[in-house]
Write a protein that binds this ligand. Sequence first.
Ligand SMILES: [Zn+2]
Length: 199
Amino acid sequence: MIIDNRTELIACPYCFKSESSLWATENGFTAVKCSECGLVYVNPRPVEELIGNAVETGIHSNVGHNRTAIARRERSKKKRYKKILSSIFRDVWQNHRKISWLDVGAGYGEILQAICLLAEPGSRIEGIEPMKPKVKKARELGLNINNKYLHDILHDIKDKYDYISLIHVYSHIPDFRKYLKEMKNILEITASCVLKPVI
Ligand SMILES: [Zn+2]
């Protein structure tokens, strides 16, 4: 239910029940806990148009501070991701088989850089990122990142992916049921998915 042009009241995005209790407040927003399934979600939340604008520009126009989500590239992230992914997918790297990997919300490309260092040469390693300044920087580093959303590439993909990663992305998706279905369409049957929500 739209409250005004900027915010809407929603039911639980997972079980669609409306009963909930206050969980926390921050920056003028409220997180509630669903009485049925226990999911914690922001409610009321910005309307989808505002979420989309914030994702593309990094500027959250509906919060009362001047911080943005553009941030900057952090060299230490590449090293940290390489260490973590090296351990999680040790069997993959030891297999020396070419793989295909898509990083969704690839940011400045730190995940892709780590995968490039770990994967067999000749692997297909790609990213998509809606925020233009990040894409520009990542492409200057020679990374294969495009300024697109997942739904933009759904019908263009000729070969499905073996792996897909969403790091600090999943918790920003307004309709994650629809999103998971879209992801399924571009993944091989035996594919793996790496999800790390913001905590
Ligand atoms: Zn629920």
